[in-house]
Design a protein around this ligand. Structure first.
Ligand code: 5GP
Length: 216
C-alpha cells in the first residue's frame, strides 16, 4: 500500500498538547497527548466514505465490529449516505453487527466471533464492507476474514480507522485506512480501556496514570 493511502501520525513531535484542545476534566491526568483531534477524524471519515463510494459496485452490507468500531461505523455510514457514485446514484446499504472478542495469553492468541450459521449464510453473494476501529497484530481480522470466506460473499472489503505500526503485525493491511499510529495504547472515539474513555472524542495516548487508575 503506498503511504498516501493513510495519514501517518506516528511521529511523536506531531502529537498535540492537552492544552490545545478541550479534554473532559475527569480524564486530564489519564491521557498523555492528543494523537488525532475529533475534527480531523471526522474530516478523514468523509474522505474514506468518498473512496468507498467511488469503488462500490452495488449494494453494500456494512458490518460493524463491536464494540470499539461503533463510533467509526456510525459516522462512516452517515457520510456514505450523503454521497453518490460518479454515475450519480446512491449506494444501497444494509447494516450488520458482529461482536468480536480477542484475548491474548503470553504467546497464543484467540478470537471469538458472535455469528450464527444462519447469519453467515445471508452473506452469500453479497458485497461486504467490514468496519473496524483498529488493526494491531492483525490476528482478529485475519480470523474473521477466514470465517466469512466460507460463506461465499461476492466481495469483502475492510476499512479500519487506525492501523498500529508494530513489530507484532502479521502484515495484514485493510483496503481503506484512516491513520497509521505508533505502537502505543490509544483511547477515545469509542476505543476503550476497560470500558473507560468511550466518552472522549479525540483519539489520545493513555498515560501511566490512566492505566493505573482504570486497571482491573
Ligand atoms: P489485533 O487482533 O489486530 O491484534 O487486535 C485488534 C483488537 O485489539 C482491536 O479491535 C481492539 O479491540 C484491540 N486493540 C488493539 N490495540 C488497541 C489500542 O491501542 N487501543 C484500544 N482501545 N484497543 C486496542
Amino acid at each position: 500500500m503506498e503511504p498516501s493511502k493513510w495519514i501517518d501520525v506516528t511521529v511523536e513531535k506531531n502529537h498535540y498538547s492537552l492544552d490545545h484542545f478541550v479534554i473532559p476534566t475527569h480524564y486530564e491526568k489519564d491521557v498523555s497527548s492528543i494523537l488525532i483531534p475529533h475534527g480531523v477524524i471526522m474530516d478523514r471519515v468523509d474522505k474514506l466514505a468518498r473512496m468507498i463510494v467511488d469503488e462500490a459496485t452495488g449494494p453494500l452490507v456494512v458490518c460493524c465490529i463491536l464494540k470499539g468500531g461503533h463510533q467509526y461505523f456510525a459516522d462512516l455510514v452517515n457520510s456514505i449516505k450523503k454521497l453518490t457514485t460518479k454515475a450519480g446514484t446512491s449506494v444501497p446499504l444494509s447494516l450488520e453487527f458482529i461482536r468480536v472478542k480477542s484475548y491474548r495469553n503470553d504467546q497464543s492468541e484467540g478470537v471469538t466471533i458472535s455469528l450464527t450459521e444462519n447469519e453467515c449464510r445471508d452473506f452469500e453473494g453479497k458485497n461486504l464492507l467490514i468496519v473496524e476501529d483498529i488493526i494491531d497484530t492483525g490476528a482478529t481480522m485475519v480470523k474473521l476474514l477466514e470465517r466469512l470466506s466460507q460463506y461465499q460473499p461476492k466481495s469483502v472489503k475492510v476499512t479500519s480507522l487506525l492501523v498500529k505500526k508494530t513489530p507484532k503485525s502479521n502484515g495484514y493491511i485493510p483496503d481503506y485506512v484512516g491513520f497509521a499510529i505508533p505502537d502505543e495504547f490509544v483511547v477515545g472515539y469509542a476505543l476503550d480501556y476497560n470500558e473507560y474513555f468511550r466518552d472522549l472524542d479525540h483519539i489520545c495516548v493513555i498515560s501511566e496514570h490512566g492505566k493505573k487508575a482504570y486497571a482491573v
